[in-house]
Each structure stands twice: as C-alpha cells, then as structure tokens.
Design a protein around this ligand. Structure first.
Ligand code: UDP
Length: 472
C-alpha cells in the first residue's frame, strides 16, 4: 500500500448512526486526497433517514469515493423490539456480513486494505480472505478505546455492577473512569448489549492497526499507555494511530436555512449566541425541555436551539425513543408564550440544523451539547466552549474529559440522564460560559486546543504522519 500508489484501494465499513457515518466518510475522503487511494465505503443503516441521505448527498462526490449502501437486514426476529441500541447494532452488523462479503467480492478493483469502524469488527475476517491488512477505526477518543479494550479484564475482576462500585474503575496508565461515567453498555451486566460490548473489546485486537479520532497532543498519556502495553498485554502488537481530528468541513447551506438562521446570525454581536443541540438522535424529556426553555429565557443570552420531540421517560437520555403518539408540533412542548418572549433573543429550529456551519459562525460563542465526539471535535475546531449535557453512549466520559481535564466546558451538578436540571441552574451555566470570566478563560483554552489540532494535520503534523504510517 504505497501512499502514492493509485492502485491502493481502501474498503471502509461504517456502522449505523451519523456519529459513525460522518467520520468514516471524512476518513475516506482523506485517504483519497492525502494518501491518493481509491476508496469504497459501505454504509450500514437500520432504516435510511432523511438526515442520512442529506449527509451522503452533501459529503461525498462520486468522483472522490464510491459509496454503497448495503440493503438493510431484517433483524426483527433476532432481537426484542426493546433491545438496547448496542445489541441492535451488533446483531445488524453480523447479519449484513453475507451481503458485505458478496459486495466486496464483486468490486471492480480488489481491495488492498479493509477499515471497519467500531461496531464492524466481526467483518475483519474478510481481509484475511483477500490477504490484505485490516484496521479498526475508532470514531471516538483513545480513553474510550482503552476502556473498551480493558473491559474483558474488568469483566473478570469486578464482581457486581460497575455503576455500584465505590471507587473509580482503574485502567492502567489512563485516567480512571468514574462508575457513573461508564459507557451505556456497561450500565447493566445482564443486558445482552454488555456481552456484545465485551466481545467487541476482544475483537478490536484482531486488527493489524487501530485508527483513533483523536490526536497525539490531546491524549498523550492515554496513547502512551496503549502503546506501552500497560493494559496487561491486551493490546500488544496492535499499533495505535491517532489520526484526528477528523470532522466534517464547513459546507454550503441551502437558501431557506440561510434566510432563517444565517441572516439572523450575521446580525448578532461576535460570540454572543449559544447553540443548543443534542446530536443526531439525542432527546430530553418534556419536563426537561421546559426547564431548558426557561433557563435560556432567564439567562437573557442569545441562542439557536435545535428542538426535537421529547423522549418518553422523564430524565431519559435517550436515543430515538420518542413516543410515536407524540405531537409533531415542536412548539407545543415549550412553555406557553416562550416564542413571543424570546423572539428578539433566539431561534428555535425543528429536528436538524447545519451544525458545523453554525458553530463556525463568528456570532456563536457557546455550545450546549450532548457531547457526542463529533460534536465535541466540531466545537473545539471552531474555538467554542461548551456546556456539557451528556446523554448516552460514551458521552459521560466525554463530558468529564471536557470539564475536568481540558477545562473547556461547564457541567450540571447532576447527570442529565439521571434527573431534571432546573431552570436556575441552566441560567447560571449559560452565564458562566457566555458572560463570566470563567467562560473567557475557557474560550482561550479551547482556541489553544484548536491550534494544536490544526498542527496535527499540518505538514509534518502528528495525525498526518500517523495516517501515512498506518497506510504505508
Ligand atoms: N448534526 C448536524 N445537525 C444536527 C445534529 C447533528 O449536523 O442537527 C451532526 C453533527 O454536526 C455531528 C453529527 O451530526 O457531526 C452527530 O455526531 P455526534 O458524535 O456528535 O453525536 P451522535 O449523533 O452520534 O450522538
């Protein structure tokens, strides 16, 4: 796989969810533009959504990468209707293997490297059929990778539920993980998604290399511990390549969006607007939505809020678990008179907004985010400090990293997934990042991080070199 060899052909596999698809597409683009590879990307989804189609349309030009959507596999006989999201993804990723295998075999150009993302490790074996190298791409950070790889060991030594542990979970050479911060599949050990996740922790090590969406200078200790084999030999021989940050670049916005959002943003003072969004599928309860609305209003700060139909349960940090009987009228969930009272202060957008473009606008000065790793990186790359509002997946770890280690975010006293954050607290959080000196100091730190990330991708930068090394 010579970097300059146009015949090198990378085949990438993305698992469901925009948080996976977006960085995989961007990695594919980099392999074309930086490494001069031919790239084919296989996309797996449960049911292709409008947002997914939009992302695919706007992100990839056919001359750049070939994108092939695998037909959705029917898993309804294999999982319970209420099965956890990691169970559903793991089962789906197993079921698509025959279709993937025949699709790879039918490719016009034989692959020279296979790269699967986090949940695609059960397809790594296809690389052996072609006698080509195989990589796993971790779309999140090295700390989460370390926890995942170390989980089979924790599974042996920790007896009860992780969330009931009195002390933080020790991972050699890494920042410990607080019991309440563990990734969702570790919350209940009798749930099938836990077994799936342990299995994943083992499978990752079958790769010839692991690409991680972080950069050397962001997580030097964790990366060193992964490389120095401190994780009890679990990662020996598998090189780690920090190739991030890989994020979606700023794109064009459509005319209606420009009129609604960007004409308004253009009129606001520099760094005065708080962007509020919970990622591609995050939701809060109706009670929490109302407190959030009140908190924004009481803060008297400008905002753009992407509002979504509320989650079913109170305090539920859920991912796509809305009540099918709920109203489509987003405004009906907001406090009476909210829109009128905040008409000169902010905008409410239903469901989806062009996040990268908003975060990059000079009027935006803060981001209330569910801390998905893509959203986190997008915020850093635009020099925007955050209010961390973690909901699901590894977001609680992300929030801890942002607030305690990097100190570029403030966070609530209780976890939003465990209870309701009240309006007064929300008002204070907004003021802390938008008005107070604390926010200014965070802005300065996040801008330093942005520079460090840019250096990682500059000439001779660590991520550029890591990708070149991995694809050598
Ligand atoms: N996103 C967006 N508009 C929205 C919501 C999300 O463009 O209204 C994009 C966002 O910019 C990010 C991705 O969707 O690139 C969400 O990924 P993330 O890892 O932050 O969270 P997830 O949705 O996977 O929980």
């Amino acid at each position: 796989m010579e970097g300059g060899n146009a015949k090198a052909h990378a085949v990438l596999l993305s698992s469901p969810g925009l948080g996976h698809l977006i960085p995989v597409l961007e990695l594919g683009k980099l392999l074309v533009t930086v490494n001069n590879f031919k790239v084919t990307i296989f996309v797996v989804s449960f049911l292709p959504s409008a947002a997914e189609s939009q992302v695919l349309q706007s992100f990839v030009s056919p001359e750049l990468c070939e994108v092939i959507r695998l037909p959705p596999a029917n898993i309804s006989d294999l999982v319970d209707a209420d099965a956890a999201v990691v169970t559903r993804i793991a089962v789906l990723m197993r079921e698509i293997r025959p279709a993937l295998s025949s699709a790879i075999s039918g490719l016009k150009y034989p692959p020279t490297v296979l790269i699967v993302d986090f949940f695609g490790t059960e397809s790594l074996g296809f690389a052996d059929d072609f006698k080509i190298p195989k990589f796993v791409f971790i779309p999140t950070h090295a700390w989460c990778l370390a926890l995942t790889i170390y989980l089979p060991r924790l599974d042996e030594v920790v007896k009860g539920e992780y969330v009931d542990e009195k002390e933080a979970l020790f991972i050699p050479g890494c920042r410990p993980v607080q019991p309440e911060d563990v990734v969702d599949p570790m919350m209940c050990r009798s749930d099938q998604q836990y077994a799936e996740y342990v299995h994943l922790g083992m499978n990752i090590l079958m790769a010839d290399g692991i690409l991680v969406n972080t950069w050397e200078e962001l997580e030097p200790e964790t990366l060193a511990s992964l490389r120095e084999n401190k994780l009890l030999g679990r990662i020996s021989k598998v090189p780690i390549y920090p190739v991030g940050p890989i994020i979606r670049p700023i794109g064009a916005v459509d005319h209606s969006c420009k009129k609604l959002l960007f004409d308004w943003l253009d009129k606001q003072p520099s760094e005065s607007v708080l962007f509020v969004s919970f990622g591609s599928g995050g939701m809060v309860s109706n009670e929490q939505m109302r407190e959030l609305a009140w908190g924004l209003e009481l803060s008297r700060q400008r905002f753009i809020w992407v509002v979504r139909t509320p989650a079913v349960k109170s305090g539920d940090g859920s991912f796509f678990t809305f009540d099918s009987g709920s109203s489509n009228d987003i405004l009906s969930y907001l406090p009476e008179g909210f829109m009128g009272r905040t008409q000169n202060l902010g905008l409410v957008v239903s469901d989806w907004a062009p996040q990268v473009e908003i975060l990059s606008h000079p009027s935006v000065g803060g981001f209330l985010t569910h801390c998905g790793w893509n959203s986190t990186l997008e915020s850093i790359m635009n020099g925007v400090p955050m209010i961390a509002w973690p909901l699901y997946a590894e977001q609680k770890m992300n929030a801890t990293m942002l607030a305690e280690e990097l100190r570029i975010a403030v966070r609530e006293k209780i976890l939003p997934s465990k209870g309701i954050v009240g309006r007064e607290e929300i008002k204070m959080l907004v003021k802390r990042i938008m008005v107070d000196d604390e926010g200014l100091a965070m802005k300065a730190r996040v801008k330093e991080l942005k520079l460090s990330a840019e250096r990682a991708w500059s000439r001779n930068g660590s991520s550029l070199k890591a990708l070149a090394q991995a694809m050598r």
